[in-house]
Write a new protein. Structure first.
Length: 350
């Protein structure tokens, strides 16, 4: 039995991870520490409040006192750090929060774990969830990123994640903290905040609004169904070697324009009766410093630890579109901020 501190568990991947963990490891205890920024949504973990093995803690990973108190009082032996500012576009318009949470917040968590575990950490694990964006941008014929690819981050977001990865590495080499790092490609699936590409396109296409495609739409991303990311983290937690990093990806490269068209076609099939939704595609100004291509080589995780993604993209994208169709209330509340009002009233916080 483990006691996990999951940070950022009200966000997209963190919430999916908690649902995954409760399903697969129901005896384990989970403390979900989340600051509930614009991206943190208590709706994502609604339904778990009655579970005696689950507890929500409102606060920041950058609050040393709170983090230490949770680690000590709850007897945490496993930290899974999802908490981050995660949106590249927001990092371009306002980088400061990214530096604070992604870099200083990770530092604070590492220090708290080091102090709490004090070397009695043989069975403890600190897993840091990171991104393929730390490796920079690939040319059309380049081999996918491996764990040996040098870091070359190009956005404030990816630079802050790269910095946090370096901190995690240093805490292993200097202090022997039992850390693991995963670098994953683009996730898609339920609960993704509606400003990221796939949910944005689904929702705008449903509402007949323009579908904004940056630049020429030929940028390439490697898409992985979120549940497969969760199973990858599970595999690394149980079998990964402390100090090592593991890439997680879908072997599933798509240009943005093809992804947008695929979502449109899926919606046309599931909700027919409109003109082809592709007609809504609108090319807009490119993202500054827009990385051209990401592709992940997950060979280390697959061959050494036996992980494999279970969801074919063809199925995962239909499941995802269906989820957004069936959860229009979630979309409305996420967009309106109503859930934040709810949270303030429910938990009496500012
Ligand atoms: P998200 O933006 O949906 O969720 C982030 C969560 O962190 C939110 O609930 C937010 O309230 C919380 N948070 C932010 N600052 C915090 C703080 N200081 N203290 C506590 N909680 C805080 O992000 P996501 O897409 O779920 O990504 C989760 C993690 O996975 C991030 O570290 C991200 O870098 C990484 N990642 C994401 C993807 C992807 O495709 N989305 C791919 C690879 C890696
Ligand atoms: O690669 C992993 C990363 O994937 C994670 O580390 C990030 O946290 C996550 O947000 C995601 O970053 P991206 O920048 O790739 O995701 P986003 O959904 O913002 O954009 C996907 C691609 O689509 C990217 O090339 C930009 C483009 N795009 C995005 C939006 C929001 C558009 O063309 N139009 C849009 O409106």
């Amino acid at each position: 039995m483990r006691t996990l501190l999951v940070t950022g568990g009200a966000g997209f991947i963190g919430a999916n991870f908690i649902h995954y963990w409760v399903k697969h490891h129901s005896d384990d205890r989970i403390i979900n520490l989340d600051a509930l920024t614009y991206a943190g949504n208590p709706d994502n973990v609604a339904g778990l409040e009655g579970n005696t093995n689950y507890r929500f803690a409102h606060g920041s990973i950058d609050d040393a006192g709170l983090v230490r108190q949770l680690l000590d009082n709850e007897g945490v032996d496993t930290v899974v750090n999802f908490a981050a500012e995660s949106h590249v576009d927001r990092s371009i318009t306002g980088p400061e929060d990214f530096m604070q949470t992604n870099i200083h917040g990770t530092f604070t968590l590492l220090e708290a774990a080091r102090a709490a575990w004090q070397g009695n950490d043989e069975h403890c694990r600190f897993l840091h969830v990171s991104t393929d964006e730390v490796y920079g941008s690939l040319g059309p014929d380049d081999a996918p990123f491996t764990e040996q690819t040098p870091f070359a981050p190009n956005s404030p977001y990816s630079a802050s994640k790269a910095a946090s990865d370096h901190l995690v590495r240093a805490w292993f080499h200097t202090y022997g903290l039992p850390v693991l790092t995963t670098n994953c490609s683009n996730n898609y699936g339920p609960y993704q905040f509606p400003e990221k590409l796939i949910p944005l396109v689904i929702i705008n296409a449903l509402e007949g609004k323009p579908l904004p495609v940056y630049g020429d739409g030929k940028n390439i991303r490697d898409w992985l169904y979120v549940e497969d990311h969760c199973s990858g983290i599970d595999t690394v937690l149980s079998q990964g070697i402390p100090g090592e990093t593991y890439n997680i990806g879908g072997c599933n490269e798509w240009t943005n324009i093809d992804i947008v068209k695929r979502v449109c076609q899926t919606l046309d099939e599931l909700r027919p009766g409109y003109a082809p939704r592709e007609n809504l595609i609108t090319y807009v100004k490119d993202r500054p410093g827009h990385d051209r291509r990401y592709a992940i080589d997950s060979g280390k995780l697959m061959q050494r630890l036996g992980w494999a993604p279970e969801h074919r993209f063809e199925d995962g994208i239909v499941k995802t579109v269906e989820w957004y169709l069936e959860n229009r209330d979630w979309v409305e509340r996420a967009r309106s901020g109503e859930y934040r009002n709810y949270y303030r009233q429910q938990y009496n916080v500012d």
